[in-house]
Design a protein around this ligand. Structure first.
Ligand code: SF4
Length: 367
């Protein structure tokens, strides 16, 4: 099987006890695979009973529920009692792998490292270079979940074109993202029509300087009259999401107050970090459209994350450490919340706050 991955995947090492926001203390519900659940269900001892009693089921999926803001299986020293007693091979797949993530298409597998982890964000964003990707052969059985191989090949081609453009620093980040937004809307139409040739043709245009410039010019005409209102509305929307902690909601509230006082557009001072954030989301979520045929909501979600990170950073004049913290909080509280992402994905089609012109306004005001 072939594995495709960004450089950080091979380099990431969890900082464990040095971590200031340990993922075992997050108030998340942790998905438990059936093998791990079965192992602990068979145990006739306190650890087995405690584990099984901490698991709930939702729509056929089992979750270990965090209690008082932490995993119930942590011992008094904050160490994993399950791993101490039965080894890493008997903790659940997610506990063993987090923050790594995977996607399978038959005998092709992709891997990456999620940014809801402070060390992953630090490693990823403190490297100024564009993201480098690698391929290697691994010894693993092909996955049997269905997909259309021709659509996968087409979407891989398109995603490469998106990432190449996002990492092409000859263009401003604004112009890169405007083109990504515009090309995504066109690809979404072609996806709806299952027209793979058209998807490839749109992707190929992303390497043509004249077409890139044309798109930027024509989209300027589509800008709303009061773009600042779109930024205010988006921040109010984000304030109403569900949060487990109080850091991010406070940062969004402060950013909202900051934006209300503005009279001129903001300008990104750390566009390399926003480029990498955009590449992270495009790499991680673009290919999901091979199975759910929905590209547009993922691209709009990416723009919202870039916008939110930037407005928060500028409103607080944050240094690099604080900026990385904000990205981690955005991913921990929003990207890793199924409820919040479902709302964003639904509203990207249903709400004016996510209309194409509103997205353009966010880019115009912040990049
Ligand atoms: S958040 Fe990241 S660095 Fe911290 S304990 Fe979890 S995996 Fe390790």
């Amino acid at each position: 099987m072939k594995l495709f991955y960004p450089e950080i995947f091979d380099k990431f090492v969890c900082t464990g006890s040095q971590c200031s926001d340990n993922c075992c203390m997050t108030d998340w519900d942790i998905e438990i695979d059936e093998d791990t659940y079965g192992f602990y269900k068979k145990l006739d001892n306190d650890i087995g009973r405690k584990f099984v009693n901490s698991v709930t089921e939702d729509e056929g999926v089992k979750y270990l529920v965090h209690c008082d803001g932490k995993c119930p299986m942590l011992n008094k020293k904050g160490l994993c009692s399950v791993q101490l007693a039965y080894g890493e091979e008997n903790i659940s797949d997610i506990c063993r792998e987090h923050p790594r993530f995977y996607e399978w298409f038959g005998d092709y597998k992709e891997a990456g490292v999620g940014l809801a982890c402070e060390e992953a964000v630090r490693m990823y964003l403190s490297d100024d270079e564009p993201v480098r990707f690698f391929t290697k052969e691994i010894d693993e059985e092909p996955d049997d979940l269905e997909f259309d191989p021709q659509l996968l090949e087409t979407m891989l081609f398109a995603r490469t074109a998106f990432i190449d453009l996002l990492q092409n620093r000859e263009y401003s980040l604004h112009d890169r993202l405007v083109n990504v937004l515009s090309a995504s809307a066109e690809i979404q139409y072609a996806l709806d029509e299952e027209d793979t040739e058209e998807i490839k043709a749109i992707a190929q245009e992303l390497s043509h300087p004249e077409i890139i410039a044309e798109r930027v010019e024509s989209l300027k005409k589509a800008l709303p009259e009061k773009p600042l209102e779109n930024a205010e509305n988006m921040l109010s929307y984000l304030e109403r999401l569900d949060f487990i902690g109080d850091i991010l909601p406070q940062q969004i509230k402060d950013a909202s107050r900051f934006v209300k006082k503005l009279s001129a557009p903001l300008k990104a001072q750390t566009s390399g970090e926003y480029e990498k954030l955009a590449v992270y989301f495009v790499y991680r979520y673009f290919l999901k459209a091979v199975r759910d045929f929905d590209l547009m909501s993922k691209i709009k979600a990416m723009i919202v994350f870039v916008f939110a990170a930037e407005v928060i950073n500028l409103s607080r004049e944050q240094d690099a450490h604080a900026r990385f913290e904000t990205v981690k909080e955005l991913c921990k509280e929003i990207e890793y919340s199924g409820d919040n992402m479902d709302r964003i994905y639904d509203d990207s089609y249903l709400s004016d706050i996510f209309s194409d012109t509103s997205m353009l306004a966010l880019l115009e005001w912040t990049l």
